[in-house]
Design a binder for this molecule. Structure first.
Ligand code: ARG
Length: 462
């Protein structure tokens, strides 16, 4: 019988053991758990709570367990409930009673809070790195296709011409906000909870600051009851991941639409498409579709965790064990999606002719005609009406705007003169020369700025 069941007169029911065990998934925290235990042991020795000799033996034992796990030699026994008990039990095998000293001035409640914080901190760093890699892919494609004009859409109807670089950099901005959000979550995750004990704090003279420093934390928690029962940081990670997945899902949607035969704006590289089992002509954008699909499970994890937390009285409750799968799944899903997107974007080909052709229906310049009339003194509402009539007229005649002659323009407004015949997608774009606009000078500046941001993030800032 496990040593935490000594008060009971019966062994645990098998179904209960299975139901309560977190070992199938929390074994993933072994490194964090062992790092926490080693720091704890050092601190106990430093404070004279255990001897240095004992501490050294315990640390050696913990390191041995770590390499056993890494080599796949460790036996995970479900009846041991969780990763903390599994490691401690193995330490008993190796050291006998000495292992019993490890849990001095500590509870599994602050121990799991520590492990989860260490895990989340690491996940945030990985997420930031993947975000920056994807941002870089977007900038590479934007720069390579700097002069390519495409139709900008509203309501998925061609609206105004834009540079494709401008369109791609919109996603750069979204991902930058994501990165800022994750960095912000990091501040509140970076807090060391050991010393909270089960809930009340501990009765030993431990050095929490030393532990915090040893484990690389920024701060120590200030209320033991909060520290063992708070999982805000998990929820915040999943919330930031949900937003980021939502951004990826929007980009996925565009990739799917753009690579359809109807649009044919882009071609995904053969290494990033899948085939159909019966239709040999198919090149399917499965990575984009799956990312769009997986967005739902991350949202699901967010709702699951919010719901798990919402009615728990202070302090620790076993409900908290539900935090792990929700967090692990969100981290895995987000990192995999970011990685696949970086590869897919870097390798895709923009089909310039098709983007040109599609903007060729030059009614997309209607707003520019209205703006032109305004520049000649017309008020915008009238200018809008005149241009609408002009487009109707051209459509009835089956003509593009650039096939109309000046007489046809002048019939609708005497303010039109021959400059209007020179209006084009490029001239339209050039007029949007305002910070945040699609004019080439502005997009050049945006690319430069984006590169600086990427460089900074590679150096560890954001
Ligand atoms: N497996 C538990 C969890 O994930 C660890 C803490 C157990 N604490 C306890 N009092 N049963 O939350």
């Amino acid at each position: 019988m496990s040593h935490i069941r000594k008060r009971f007169n019966a062994p645990a029911n098998k179904k209960l053991v299975q139901f309560t065990s977190s070992l199938p998934f929390d074994r993933r925290l072994y490194k964090h758990d062992i790092a926490g235990s080693i720091a704890h042991t050092k601190m106990l020795a430093k404070q004279g709570i255990i001897s240095l000799k004992d501490a050294n033996c315990m640390i050696e034992g913990l390191n041995d367990i770590s390499s056993e796990i890494e080599k796949g030699q460790f036996i995970f026994r479900d009846e041991l409930e969780d990763i903390h008990m599994a490691i401690e039990a193995r330490l008993f095998d190796l050291l006998g009673d000495l292992a019993g000293k490890l849990h001095t001035a500590r509870s599994r409640n602050d121990q799991i809070a520590l492990d989860m914080r260490l895990f989340t901190k690491e996940a945030i760093s990985q997420t930031l790195k993947c975000l920056s890699d994807l941002q870089q892919s977007l900038v590479v494609v934007a720069e390579k296709n700097k002069d390519v004009i495409m139709p900008g859409y509203t309501h998925l109807q061609p609206a105004q011409p834009v540079l494709i670089a401008h369109h791609l950099l919109a996603y750069f901005e979204m991902l930058q906000r994501d990165a800022e959000r994750f960095s912000d979550v990091q501040k509140r995750t970076d807090i060391m909870p050991i010393g909270s004990g089960a809930l009340a704090g501990v009765a030993y003279d431990i050095d929490r600051e030393f532990l915090s420093h040893e484990l690389g934390f920024r701060k120590i928690s200030q209320n033991s009851m909060d520290a063992v029962s708070d999982r805000d940081f998990v929820i915040e990670y999943i919330a930031a991941a949900s937003l980021c997945m939502m951004h990826l899902s929007r980009l996925a949607e565009e990739i799917i639409i753009w690579s359809s035969a109807e649009f044919n704006f882009i071609e995904l590289d053969d290494s990033f498409v899948t085939g159909s089992s019966i239709m040999p002509q198919k090149k399917n954008p499965d990575a984009a579709e799956l990312t769009r699909g997986k967005t739902g499970r991350v949202y699901g994890n967010l709702i699951a965790m919010l719901t798990t937390m919402k009615a728990q009285p202070l302090a620790y409750n076993r409900d908290l064990q539900e935090d792990k799968e929700a967090l692990f799944d969100s981290v895995d899903t987000l990192l995999a999606s970011l990685e696949i997107f970086a590869g897919m974007i870097t390798t895709l080909k923009i089909i310039k002719e098709n983007l040109d052709r599609s903007t060729g229906g030059d009614y997309i310049l209607a707003t520019d005609l209205a703006d032109y009339l305004v520049s000649k003194g017309e008020n915008f509402r009238n200018a809008h009406g005149i241009t609408a009539k002009l487009i109707n007229y051209a459509a009835k005649k089956g003509k593009a705007l650039n096939q109309l002659n000046l007489g046809e323009y002048k019939r609708l407004s005497p303010l039109f003169n021959k400059e209007i015949l020179a209006i084009s997608k490029s001239s339209s774009i050039a007029t949007k020369n305002i910070v945040g606009g699609t004019a080439p000078q502005q997009v050049d500046k945006a690319i430069k700025k984006a590169k600086e941001i990427i460089l900074k993030s590679k150096k560890g800032g954001f």
